[in-house]
Design a protein. Structure first.
Length: 164
């Protein structure tokens, strides 16, 4: 039996998809507006600041695996005022989106509707316990873009959807 280590618990495994229609909105159980920026985006790691509703977060992410399915992720809630101040230190290009939570089977999809320079982009993510874990696919789920760097939020700050 495999015993989970602290590092295992910090490993994020997710798959990303484009979204075909807005049918997910009727299935959502809630939504929140998110602003996020990046203090540092260098190969191998990113440091992200996020404001979601009235809460702030700082997140450190490691390199994605070759297939884009997993990576190290550490996140901590911080006071909103601190997050607002740290946003001023972020690199150019702030992500602005609404995130919808959409239950489907044993999972919850996070569907992001982007604004500003990424207007028109709608993506869904599902977090998994293992790379080969089965999940139900809702009818509005489109092409898988897991591992395509163009769809990483940090890349959308540098090369927004409107420029494609």
């Amino acid at each position: 039996m495999h015993r989970l280590t602290y590092i295992d618990m910090l490993l994020e495994i997710e798959r990303k998809f484009l979204v075909l229609s807005d049918a997910f909105i009727a299935e959502s159980t809630g939504s929140s507006r998110i602003a996020q920026g990046y203090i540092g985006t260098v190969p191998g790691r990113t440091v992200r600041i996020r404001i979601r509703g009235d809460k702030g977060y700082i997140t450190i992410k490691g390199n994605s695996s070759d297939d884009g399915l997993s990576r190290f992720e550490w996140e901590k809630e911080i006071p909103l005022q601190e997050a607002e101040e740290l946003m001023k230190l972020c690199e150019k290009g702030i992500i602005d989106k609404t995130r919808y939570l959409v239950p489907c089977g044993n999972h919850t999809f996070e569907v992001d509707v982007f604004y500003g320079d990424n207007e028109g982009l709608v993506m869904a993510e599902v977090e998994l316990d293992s790379p080969d874990e089965h999940f139900d696919r809702p009818s509005w789920l489109g092409e898988e873009v897991t591992g395509d760097p163009r769809f990483y939020n940090k890349m959308l700050t540098k090369h927004p959807f409107k420029e494609w």
